[in-house]
Design a protein around this ligand. Structure first.
Ligand SMILES: *Cc1c(COP(=O)(O)O)cnc(C)c1O
Length: 376
């Protein structure tokens, strides 16, 4: 991944600096409104990262010690960690091999009387079938939170991912499609949650610093509950506003490059990430499954690196990390196969077709040579 950043972002950041208002202020408010509208949500609450946004989403539901939240292990570790921050227990569920996402049938077996929420991840930008999971959870009074870190601009049943989300959290880390350096957002249609999320990200204050500044007369704020400092800065929001205006073009280019990958990789017999039946992916990550009999992903990554191609391991499995040793979980066979056998190939806005061809020939050469070695 290479973020698409230009002069416009640099100028917008400079303007925020020159304005003298650099912490959370008018640009954050403007970015919240524009971003929420773009994902079909009524309210956006900007935060310092998707991780802190997920933490607030779990917290605002009143979830804590003794409660369980179902999460995929096959995700960036922040998904599971955000549950632990509240004292609740993340419970790992397996994923579907075609999408890398939770589904109603992988979630159902791990629900217990203590399950308070399911955190569905739209992994690598591929939309999860949220309606089916909501249909499973609603009669049991279980909330569905969406980890939409990767999914800005992906679609589900013809609408942007985020439309009708109970609570969704987004990331603006440079590894995602839109970046503010670091940053995140929580979106929701519920005005009361939105108001509380605004307080929770800002020390529990009943008047934000920006509101006090604009209020004119002296306002003495109150601190209504113990909360956090999870604010975004106006410098970040200024960059985010410019980035948001490029989202459609970014996705169009990624989908064009992905279509080309599909065409050329089919010849190598590789299974790749694709649009699921119920939506479209923004191709935040382009993953491929290594074929049967292919060598270890480490060996393939090394072979690619030797040929000047910087690929990455596939999506991690949180339950295999030391931070979760002894945590315990159901069997997660698809998750373990997925993490062991997938790689993420380079895909970025300015990538040329000849760079893409270089990736494909490096991959082909690596698989071919290693196979010869393996077969001896
Ligand atoms: C990147 C990512 C996060 C964390 O986002 P930050 O903004 O870096 O905190 C959480 N969940 C998933 C699925 C991610 O890909």
């Amino acid at each position: 991944m290479r973020p698409l950043l230009g002069e416009e972002e640099a100028l917008a950041a400079a303007e925020a600096v020159r304005s003298g208002w650099v912490a959370q202020g008018p640009r954050v408010r403007e970015f919240e409104e524009a971003f929420a509208a773009s994902v079909g949500a009524s309210h956006g609450v900007a935060v310092s990262s998707c991780t802190t946004g997920l933490h607030l989403a779990v917290h605002v539901l009143g979830i804590g010690p003794g409660d369980e939240v179902v999460v995929p292990s096959l995700s960036f570790i922040a998904t599971a960690n955000s549950v632990r921050y509240t004292g609740a227990t993340p419970v790992f569920a397996d994923v579907e091999p075609g999408t890398g996402n939770l589904s109603a049938s992988t979630v159902e077996p791990v629900l217990t009387g203590r399950t308070r929420a399911v955190m569905v991840v739209h992994q690598a930008g591929v939309p999860a079938d949220v309606d089916a999971i909501k249909a499973l959870c609603a009669p049991r009074g279980i909330a569905v939170i969406e980890d939409a870190a990767c999914a800005a601009g992906s679609t589900y049943k013809g609408a942007p991912v985020g439309t009708n989300a109970v609570l969704a959290a987004w990331s603006f880390h440079p590894r995602k499609l839109l970046t503010t350096g670091e940053g995140g957002m929580v979106t929701t249609d519920d005005p009361e949650w939105a108001a509380r999320l605004r307080r929770l990200r800002e020390h529990g204050m009943n008047f934000s610093a920006a509101d006090r500044h604009n209020g004119g007369s002296a306002v003495i704020e109150q601190y209504l509950e113990t909360a956090f400092n999870y604010r975004m800065t106006d410098i970040q929001a200024a960059v985010g506003l410019v980035q948001l205006s490029k989202l459609d073009a970014i996705i169009a280019r990624r989908r064009e490059l992905a279509a080309r990958y599909h065409e050329v990789l089919a010849g190598l017999g590789l299974e790749t990430v694709r649009d699921p039946e119920h939506g479209t992916t923004n191709y935040q990550s382009f993953w491929v499954w290594l074929p049967e009999g292919a060598p270890d992903r480490r060996e393939v990554l090394a072979g690619l690196a030797e040929r000047g191609v910087s690929a990455r391991r596939g999506i991690m499995a949180s339950h295999l990390e030391p931070a979760y040793s002894g945590h315990g979980s159901a069997e997660l066979p698809v998750t373990e196969a997925f993490t062991a056998r997938t790689l993420i190939l380079p895909l970025f806005h300015d990538m040329t077709e000849s760079e893409q061809d270089q990736v494909v020939s490096a991959l082909s050469a690596t698989l071919h040579t290693s196979r010869l070695t393996v077969r001896g």
